[in-house]
Write a protein that binds this ligand. Structure first.
Ligand code: UDP
Length: 329
């Protein structure tokens, strides 16, 4: 198949590229390299089955040309990560809403099956566990910038469902804390990356608040497998899926695991949210996916144990990740 991956130079996107290239597809990446890195896809540039277009999803002319030539779209391009969103909410909202609107409008025009990458941030600060796909969303006020990401992704989902209602085969995947090789080593959007970088540099591991907040960390190869299935299983059209592991880990214990794994002498320090994100920050204390639907419809389950995934991530950080770093976090 001819597959278009927006955001294909990013962390999850480039891992998706690897998997689809290995399956023998013709892959085109559209990425403006705002967060994505050319190093993530450089090993494919020589391949005749691979094409890279350095442009934005906001450029409709480019997008139209690429979508017209595609059999399947994985739309991953977005401004991701609480830190980016809080720093420049306008850019995040425009990219995340208008970009998806563009992709879906053109997918509808040329009738191309599409997978839209969404996020577990959709559920907001709901502590319901596990979170089923039809769980209520619980968000803070619009003056708290963090929630704009959740709402932008929600609009994307509404677009997706609206086009699905018109018959377009479109599927939404909600990612739960993916981690693995090619994480941004500076850790924008990932505590796993931050802790590895801090540990390997002998800097303190900064656990926010009391560290008892939890996440379900999902190894990127699993995230990619769920994503591919969402674009290929026929029954998945028109549906939304949680894509994540259901192993719940406290941030405190994640810090301990990474400290131990790296053999680092770094201390673990506890930092108030306010000094990390400013005075009006709100946090999601607990986030656990209900994975029943993904298992039943996609036949998908995240299989990589956290310890194993962290070991592989560490190997990547040691070999490549740290070489791209600036002096301090
Ligand atoms: N976190 C932390 N120290 C850091 C960065 C993040 O304790 O240096 C915590 C953060 O408060 C949250 C969890 O780790 O509870 C996951 O944060 P991340 O930014 O990785 O993802 P998200 O909040 O979007 O799940």
């Amino acid at each position: 198949m001819r597959i278009l991956i927006t955001g294909g130079a990013g962390f999850i996107g480039s891992n998706l590229v690897d998997a689809l290239m290995a399956q023998g597809h013709e892959v085109t990446v559209l990425d403006n390299l705002s967060v994505g890195k050319i190093q993530n896809i450089a090993h494919h540039l020589e391949s005749e089955r691979f094409h890279f277009v350095n442009d934005s999803i906001l450029n409709v002319t480019t997008l139209e040309r690429l979508i017209r030539q595609s059999d399947l779209i994985y739309h991953l391009a977005a401004v991701v990560g609480v830190k980016y969103v809080v720093e420049d909410p306008l850019n995040a909202i425009i990219t995340n809403v208008r970009g998806t609107e563009n992709v879906l409008e053109l997918a509808f025009k040329y009738w191309v099956r599409t997978v839209i990458a969404s996020s577990s941030e959709i559920y907001g600060k709901s502590t319901e566990a596990p979170l089923r796909e039809d769980a209520d969303r619980l968000l803070g006020p619009t003056t708290v910038e963090r929630w704009s990401y959740s709402d932008a992704k929600a609009i994307d989902e509404y677009f997706a469902f609206a086009y699905a209602k018109k018959g377009l085969p479109v599927t939404v995947v909600r990612y739960f804390n993916a981690y693995g090789p090619r994480l941004d080593p500076l850790g924008y959007g990932s505590v796993v990356a931050r802790f590895f970088t801090q540990a390997l540099r002998g800097e303190p591991l900064t656990v926010y608040d009391d560290g008892n907040q939890t996440r379900c960390f999902t190894y990127v190869a699993d995230t990619v497998e769920g994503t591919i299935l969402a674009g290929t299983v026929k029954e998945a059209a028109g549906m939304v899926f949680n894509i994540g592991s259901n192993r719940e880990t406290t941030i405190k214990s994640l810090a301990q695991m990474i400290k131990q794994l790296t053999g680092s002498s770094s201390e673990i320090v506890y930092v108030p949210y306010t000094s990390a994100y400013g005075p009006h920050f709100e946090e999601t204390r607990r986030r656990v996916p209900d994975t029943t639907r993904a298992k039943e419809v996609l036949g998908f389950e995240a299989k990589t144990p956290l310890e194993e995934g962290l070991r592989r991530t560490l190997a990547w950080f040691r070999e490549e990740g740290l070489t791209t770093l600036s002096p301090r976090l």
